[in-house]
Design a protein around this ligand. Structure first.
Ligand code: FCB
Length: 486
């Protein structure tokens, strides 16, 4: 199945089909994320960020490292998935990626040149525990130790994601995320990393986008492990969140320095017209509250899983039976921050169908809507206990798969989102960091090498790096610690 058709078109859960509608300038109050943006005009003067604001970029192991068979790395579900016919659009694999495993040093130099405050990367679990449990592969640990030391030497704070989708294959063979045991294996692995790198002041991110793993990996089958089963998707939600909380407990117990949280991709949803408000509320349940509530409130919403259009169409009673006494205390283990990933908004029509309210990027699942970031930040402030927020991913692909450094399109996207972030801070959001996705062009999952998300272009033949216009633009924003419209 084509990734672009399915990836994170999560809004189509339970939908009868896509509906087209005009701009929903008149979305009614009472929708999950009321549109509050009509009257706001950005100021003519530059909008400053707080002095301690963190500017970052992000990548993930499987997307950039390459070198998938060296130094004792085990096999991940993404290696397996790539090896299956027709799973990846261009038939490619995680090799060569951006060859970051070998080129990390010059990549860190580029980050220093950019003036980054923080770099978010992920640890490949199969490099640490090739079998997913038990024996530790020291060479894997050493790679990340060197990377972290290289960041610290350059004055860049490490942001360490523990799980960015590359589950060791033996754990998949034992049931994967739909199996409760995987949560405990994840916590064991997390502890290995806290013990290895916990002397460094870092921000740790437990799980990257549990929603994508559950829905795209287990409901649509368009990502590894390629399962299409709603009950498996629902089970994988709970077990990832459980794994998150168990890892947070290990973090505290290990005495590691730094801070920890989970990285949730959130999508503000808007009814295409007033009659779809109830549907939009259900879609919001499956898109957002199913992940936010167990982490921040210690409860699951009642309206996210079930048979109504817009819900995750799984057996609610079976899901509830998976949530054992004490589990919600684990999923809501206190964290220092909530990490959110923002790519765009969603419109909702009849029966929860996805409606295109804003233009999409070259990734057709992405409806570009900068004001949605503001609405999302305000909604978090209104509906959840106060907690610092970090945006750990935000970005857009190049307009075409061809190698280019001329990405005015991305400059405009970033500028518009920085403006909305500054606006939200002015209105009381506890936002304290913004990481651009991505530092480098890389392997974009089921799109293979056909979508370039980097602010640095990578020629996948030669591995030559060429900073794009957006790199220069971002450098200016970082050094001014301000965004301006001009
Ligand atoms: C996010 C993923 C990241 C990348 C971007 C485009 O959902 O976390 O790995 O694929 O989308």
């Amino acid at each position: 199945m084509n990734d672009d058709l399915t990836r994170r078109r999560l809004l189509q859960i339970g939908a009868l089909g896509a509906v087209t509608a005009g701009l929903a300038a008149c979305a009614p109050a009472g929708s999950p994320t009321p549109m509050t943006t009509e009257t706001w005009m950005p100021p003519a003067d530059p909008m400053p960020f707080p002095a301690n604001y963190t500017w970052g970029t992000a990548t993930s192991a499987f997307q950039v490292e390459g070198s998938t068979t060296v130094d004792g790395r085990g096999v991940s579900i993404w290696d397996t998935f790539c090896a299956e016919p027709r799973r990846i659009r261009d038939g490619s694999t995680g090799d060569p990626g951006a060859d970051h495993y070998n080129r990390w040093e010059s990549d860190l130099d580029l980050m220093a040149e950019l003036g980054l405050g923080a770099y978010r990367f992920s640890v490949a679990w199969p490099r640490i525990q090739p079998l997913g449990s038990g024996a530790v592969n020291q060479k894997g640990v050493d790679f990340y130790r060197t990377l972290v030391d290289g960041l610290v030497e350059r004055g860049i704070k490490p942001g360490i994601t523990l799980y960015h989708w590359d589950l060791p294959q033996p754990l998949q063979d034992a049931g994967g995320w739909p199996a409760r045991d995987t949560a405990y294996r994840f916590a064991d692995y997390a502890r290995i990393m806290f013990d290895a790198l916990g002397d460094v002041d870092a921000d740790w991110f437990t799980i990257n986008e549990p929603k994508t793993t559950s829905y795209v990996g287990h409901l649509y089958g368009a990502h590894a492990p390629g399962i299409a089963d709603a009950d498996a998707a629902a089970a994988s939600v709970h077990h990832q969140l459980l794994g998150h909380g168990l890892a947070v407990r290990q973090f505290r117990d290990s005495g590691a320095q730094g801070r920890i949280g989970i990285a949730l991709n959130l999508t503000p949803v808007y009814p295409a017209s007033e009659e779809f408000s109830d549907s939009a509320r259900l879609v919001d349940g499956a898109e957002n509250r199913l992940f936010l509530d167990p982490v921040l409130l210690g409860s699951y919403p009642d309206d996210a899983i079930g048979r109504l259009g817009g819900m995750l169409h799984a057996d609610k009673a079976a899901f509830d039976a998976l949530v054992l006494d004490g589990d919600l205390a684990i999923t809501s283990e206190p964290c220092e921050f909530l990490a959110i990933q923002y790519y765009g908004s969603g419109g909702v029509g009849f029966d929860g169908a996805s409606v295109e309210l804003w233009p999409t990027s070259n990734a057709t699942w992405q409806q570009v809507h900068a004001e949605g970031l503001y609405d999302l930040l305000m909604r978090l402030k209104a509906d959840y206990p106060a907690i610092p927020i970090v945006i750990t991913e935000n970005g857009i692909p190049d307009e075409s798969p061809a190698l280019t450094t001329d990405d005015g399109y991305r400059v405009a996207y970033l500028r518009d989102h920085f403006v909305q972030a500054a606006r939200a801070i002015g209105d009381g959001s506890l936002l304290e960091a913004h990481y651009v996705w991505s530092m480098l062009d890389n392997f974009e999952w089921a799109e293979g090498y056909q979508q370039r998300w980097g602010i640095v272009a990578v020629d996948f033949e030669t591995q030559k790096r060429s900073p794009k216009r957006s790199f220069e633009y971002y450098k200016g924003v970082i050094s001014a610690n301000a965004v301006s419209l001009s």
